[in-house]
Ligand binder design. Structure first.
Ligand SMILES: [Zn+2]
Length: 286
């Protein structure tokens, strides 16, 4: 468990709306200040995750991203601004956080997660939030965090719909229990190929941030074992139980995957090309 930090006068003021909550109090706020969260991705989902965790006073935010800010990001990636176009997202994100809350230390990781670096990247953090929304990283984060017993959050967005869940129970299911394998290459388009309504990652990312805060405080009921689905056009939420698969390739008693080095993580959510594009367009017309 995270040892709580002692709040100074400015912090009692800054976090006063937290401190007066029975479920948080000075001790809960002190725990948040001593918590280290790794945000993988500083894009659509990463923006609200970083924004709200920083405002809430999560003391250390590791940010992993090797992209630069592009104009087409700004419709949804709200921690970056027009003046940031062409800058590294980790630099833009760090400046945003520093301006918002000087209590928060940003640790920049100007890289892309892969099987070679993920174990080292996640090792020093209490919680990992996947805000990348691509299949290769999704399975890599699941496998690395499950094998390391590291709590993590999953979020995904597509056009007008999102899904989100949390994995904090070492005896609970993992993402592969529900979806054992990534779909074949090119079958699923990503945001740049399919489009996404700009407000959508705000909803899903803030749910991910909420789950982090609850986990640190040890309060409430998490999304463990439940996949929450959100449909913005219908403005409805549904949930599906995630059952532990006794034959899961990573979290069963006799797993096929004992290390992230055992798996080829394909970039199956890259922009589809050629024949795939027609297949996707056909699907989209339905
Ligand atoms: Zn599993």
């Amino acid at each position: 468990m995270t040892e709580p930090a002692k709040l100074d006068g400015e912090q009692v003021d800054r976090y006063s709306r937290h401190v007066i909550l029975d479920e948080v109090g000075p001790e809960g706020q002190g725990k948040l200040l001593n918590t280290r969260v790794l945000c993988i991705g500083a894009g659509g989902l990463g923006s609200p995750i970083i924004q709200y965790l920083a405002a809430a006073g999560v003391g250390t935010l590791g940010i992993v991203d090797d992209d630069e800010v592009e104009r087409s990001n700004l419709q949804r990636q709200v921690i970056h601004g027009d003046d940031d176009i062409g800058r590294k997202k980790v630099d833009s994100a760090e400046e945003f956080v520093n301006q918002l809350n000087p209590d928060v230390t940003v640790e920049k990781h100007d890289t892309r997660v892969n099987a070679g670096n993920i174990e080292e990247l996640i090792a020093d953090y209490d919680f990992v939030v996947d805000g990348t929304d691509n299949f290769a990283t999704r399975y890599l984060v699941n496998d690395a965090c499950t094998l390391a017993g590291k709590p993590f959050s999953h979020g995904a967005i597509f056009k007008f719909e999102g899904q989100v869940t949390t994995f904090t129970d070492p005896d609970g299911p993992c993402y592969r229990c529900m979806f054992p394998e990534a779909p074949p290459e090119g079958m699923v388009p990503n945001c740049s190929a399919a489009g996404v309504i700009g407000v959508l990652p705000g909803i899903i990312g803030v749910i991910q941030a909420t789950e982090v805060v609850k986990h640190v405080l040890g309060k409430g009921r998490s999304l463990d074992g439940r996949m929450l689905f959100y449909d913005s056009l219908d403005m409805s939420f549904d949930e599906v139980e995630i059952r532990k698969d006794p034959d899961c390739p990573v979290c069963s008693d006799d797993p096929e995957i004992e290390s992230v080095h055992d798996v080829e993580y394909s970039q199956s959510c890259s922009i589809p090309t050629g024949d795939d594009e027609e297949a996707i367009a056909g699907e989209a017309d339905d």
